[in-house]
Design a protein around this ligand. Sequence first.
Ligand code: FAD
Ligand code: NDP
Ligand code: HEM
Ligand code: CU
Ligand code: FE
Length: 498
Amino acid sequence: MSQLPVVAAAMPGEMDKPLISRCLVDSDGSLAEAPSEAPRVGILGSGDFARSLATRLVCSGFSVVVGSRNPKRSAGLFPNAVQVTFQEEAVSSPDVIFVAVYREHYSSLCGLSDQLTGKILVDVSNPTEQEHLRHHESNAEYLASLFPTCTVVKAFNVISAWTLQSGPRDGNRQVPVCGNQPEAKRVVSEMAHAMGFMPMDMGSLASAREVEALPLRLLPGWKVPTLLALGLFVCFYAYNFVRDVLEPYVQEGKNRFYKLPVSVVNTTLPCVAYVLLSLVYLPGVLAAALQLQRGTKYRRFPDWLDHWLQHRKQIGLLSFFCAALHALYSFCLPLRRSHRYELVNLALKQVLANKSHLWVEEEVWRMEIYLSLGVLALGTLSLLAVTSLPSIANSLNWREFNFVQSTLGFVALVLSTLHTLTYGWTRAFEESCYKFYLPPTFTLTLLVPCVVILAKGLFLLPCLSRRLARIRRGWEKGSALKFTPPTDNAPVEKTSHV
Ligand SMILES: Cc1cc2nc3c(=O)[nH]c(=O)nc-3n(C[C@H](O)[C@H](O)[C@H](O)COP(=O)(O)OP(=O)(O)OC[C@H]3O[C@@H](n4cnc5c(N)ncnc54)[C@H](O)[C@@H]3O)c2cc1C
Ligand SMILES: NC(=O)C1=CN([C@@H]2O[C@H](COP(=O)(O)OP(=O)(O)OC[C@H]3O[C@@H](n4cnc5c(N)ncnc54)[C@H](OP(=O)(O)O)[C@@H]3O)[C@@H](O)[C@H]2O)C=CC1
Ligand code: HEM
Ligand SMILES: [Cu+2]
Ligand SMILES: [Fe+3]
């Protein structure tokens, strides 16, 4: 690298300045020619990305030259300040050249090899999912292999042409940068900074594949938990449909289909929320049981358990979502017209039967208690949801976070269980509550949570909790033995994250 452009001079101290003020706007509204001392940047390609990038660069105080196979056709698409010319001409003077061309056309640039010698090439490309799977080497490494005399830096692929145009205030500001040459990486990082983005050093070009995979991900980690929640919803909905709608229709010819939108949903959602919540705390119990049984924490958990432990956050947030919807639906129950008719009909019946006072003390207390417990459970869950926001999580230390997630989360599970039990009351034992011999829905949901609560209680027993604490501090069963035959020792495997 003979000479590096002086980008630092163009770097604004703060990034929050209004973007447009740094644009050089002519009286006619078009972008004016940047001052000649501005650092010069080249762009190969004249597509959507090239256009947005050129505009952004000019606005950030760079002088931009675009290399196109057909400059006449392309020139009209760029601001006046951008020089659009043939590829050979465009790459001759700048030291940094963006390659805004698709991977399959990289080889068509090989004719420029000599002019490009010693320059920094910035690879901005994004592979499609199929391309990413087909090629084992990243686009950036492929570019580097085509131009061995250049320094390739991977950057800006996570930024859409739209974000470049509208300014970094919408959308993601982080720009992962990787490359083998620290100096080249610094130059590109400073350019990103000058354009209002936050460069993030991702190491050498070997990480380019990982960087290229970033925009391919759509909410990673949510697929399995979402499918789980949907599956539970479908099962419980079908079960409740049979019990609450089909049974009265078949047995008594009663039309209860009005229950489908609100009532059946509000019997289904809380069950999904409750089961999901118990599934958040079940793997921790299984992990502890496994550690107790093995007498060591230095053995990897089976894959399914490891995977499950890693998806607890998503499962927990889905549980919170369903619980919040359940609360909203519950508030809507008395708003329904069907509810009003039922009240009036009940009142009429009372009058006809000449009864004046309807008040069942037990029912009143049951409802007061289960509603209060439900509100408390949802309130506790909201604390967990709030602390899972990165900005809040970052402001808590490890113990505080763990207290909210582990202890308060368990409290929420206990409160939800009490809410469900007080709601259910004695109905699990009343024959009239069994429709088609199917038990009331809440009884089905109680199994897993009760197992989790009992197991947690069991692990609090001094004998078990002391042993567990020792194991988690690194103590191993049998490690007191001085001479263990080597064949008896399982190979030391990777420790899991729990
Ligand atoms: C609404 C909501 C939001 C959530 N958000 C998040 C989130 O943002 N991030 C997240 O990770 N989870 C989140 N969860 C999931 C869940 O709250 C956490 O995974 C929680 O930590 C699980 O607690 P646990 O007690 O079951 O297990 P753990 O905390 O894994 O462990 C159980 C106990 O063992 C101890 N322990 C475990 N391993 C060791 C060890 N190696 N050495 C010493 N002690 C050990 C712990 O201190 C703890 O007391 C969320 C859940 C819900 C409902
Ligand atoms: N659009 C976006 O939001 C983003 C795009 N990217 C990446 O930027 C790169 C360009 O994308 P984009 O601008 O959208 O694509 P376009 O299809 O709009 O532009 C590609 C440009 O490549 C040039 N080119 C050079 N050589 C060839 C050739 N042999 N055959 C065809 N075209 C050639 C063409 O310019 P000319 O005819 O003037 O030579 C063409 O305009 C891609 O690698 C993409 O992955 C990355 C992040 C976001
Ligand atoms: C503001 C908070 C809450 C309110 C107001 C509330 C209210 C209610 C009401 C009114 C019912 C009876 C529904 C019906 O008549 O069909 C109910 C049932 C139930 N709730 Fe809640 N609840 C709350 C929070 C929660 C939470 C956080 C959970 C668990 C995560 C939960 C789990 C359940 C379960 C499992 C049932 C039994 C559903 C059935 O089998 O019919 N609730 N709740
Ligand atoms: Cu996973
Ligand atoms: Fe997964």
